[in-house]
Design a protein around this ligand. Sequence first.
Ligand code: NAP
Ligand code: MG
Length: 494
Amino acid sequence: MNNKVDVPPTLRIAGALPLAPAPETTPVRIHPRYGHLVGGRLVDGPTDADFATIEPATGKVLAQVGTADAALVDAAVASAREAYTSVWSKMPPAERGKYLYRIARRIQERSRELAVLESRDNGKPIRETRDVDVPLAAAHFFYYAGWADKLDYAAPGRVARPLGVCGQIIPWNFPLLMAAWKLAPALAAGNTVVLKPAETTPLTAMLLAEILLEAELPPGVVNIVNGAGATGAALVKHPGVDKIAFTGSTEVGRIIRRQVAGTNKALTLELGGKGAQIVYADAALDQAIEGCINGIFFNQGHVCCAGSRLLLEESIAPDFVARLKRRIEALRIGDPLDKNTDVGAINSAAQHATVCRYIDVGVAEGARMWQGAANEPPAEGWWVKPTLLEGVDQTDTVVREEIFGPVLSVLTFRTPEEAIRKANDTEYGLACGVWSEKTSKVFSTAHALQSGVVWANGYNLFDPASPFGGVRHSGFGREGGIHGIWPYVRLGER
Ligand code: NAP
Ligand code: MG
């Protein structure tokens, strides 16, 4: 047998094994145009403000998508209200749970299609969509299906009542997973929903719409309206909405908070972050290196909880950075549908410009920039190689602001107090990582960090049973676990 593989010269770099292309070939049907899900039907909606959703790895148009105007948002809210009062809030909770189980199973059955579609629309590697996004989305529906009929046990002596109609607005970095995080707890608790996906990644939400129809979810329980910020704003302002759940930037979160103030709407915000990874000298260093790679280069750094600041104990810094660079040089960047790809495409031209601008600002403010990958990215599409910024200070823009790209700022510290002070020196508070073999040090550090999530000797670990969310400018409210249900219920007397 001839096992010889023709390796392009760019792949013949120390640390990179030569691998033949291994594209995922599951076919996925992409329609030329997508509308919306309203009242249990896929509707076209207005066509005067259609926009294109683009494949980030090629820069080519995947499909046209309709924009829901205020009238369509109104129709979606009306259908959610009708479904809430006539069907969903009256349904025995165990019956609601059955629908969620059905949705979860259908996500599993169509998992490869969802993974391919997500990789094409978002740009993230198939390895992540196949192994992380889609299984976790199914897991969230399974998990919250289990809570549907047990809420009264979770609040002994009280009764958990739904809030009503929820407007849910999600970003483009985990399109299907964010939809699952939002929908599953809301539905389990008896609410109905109008969901607005992000403009650049509407396709898996529309495949999910098909799945909801296949699951025969009663019409109007979930409505999906596509569009840009104006569609989201129409939903936020709509008087028929009882709760807004928003995941996105801190900037838009502030706008929404102002708009909701003084109304009766409940609100949860999951916003930006500037996570720190604290690596003590006594950490298992190879593990910590994997954790740092996972923390910032996973999903091209399009992760709210990305570990974008690396805080290294000074004594290990030079060795750690050298080893980190060697590991980065073995990462493969390119075709998101190739099963060997580690780093995919940046989601949009706009985000690509943002990330590149931040790198330029970092260099202008004195950072030493280093980039690596086992191969050159393709000529078409939007790519940023895994990037380290060394020689940076706490006051530098790249250390303070969320970049939302594969860019890691490297800082050092001498004492745990200095590490904690630097990690907390940010307006955000979403996630941090602590690496040490000494458990007491891990705990004392974790307790001192002002952060909604702290991972110990690991990073970006998610489980539907485990709550996630921020403090400070990273927002409020929790998603995941029983904590993720409370923002969707009103506890009352029996
Ligand atoms: P974004 O610009 O804030 O958009 C988020 C969503 O809000 C999108 O669907 C967007 O629509 C919509 N939107 C924009 N303006 C709006 C307005 N005035 N009123 C109502 N809705 C509006 O954020 P993004 O760039 O998509 O996502 C990246 C951000 O999300 C990062 O800051 C990241 O940290 C954060 N994030 C946080 C979490 C978390 O759990 N804490 C998770 C993931 C992401 P269009 O995009 O279609 O215009
Ligand atoms: Mg797209």
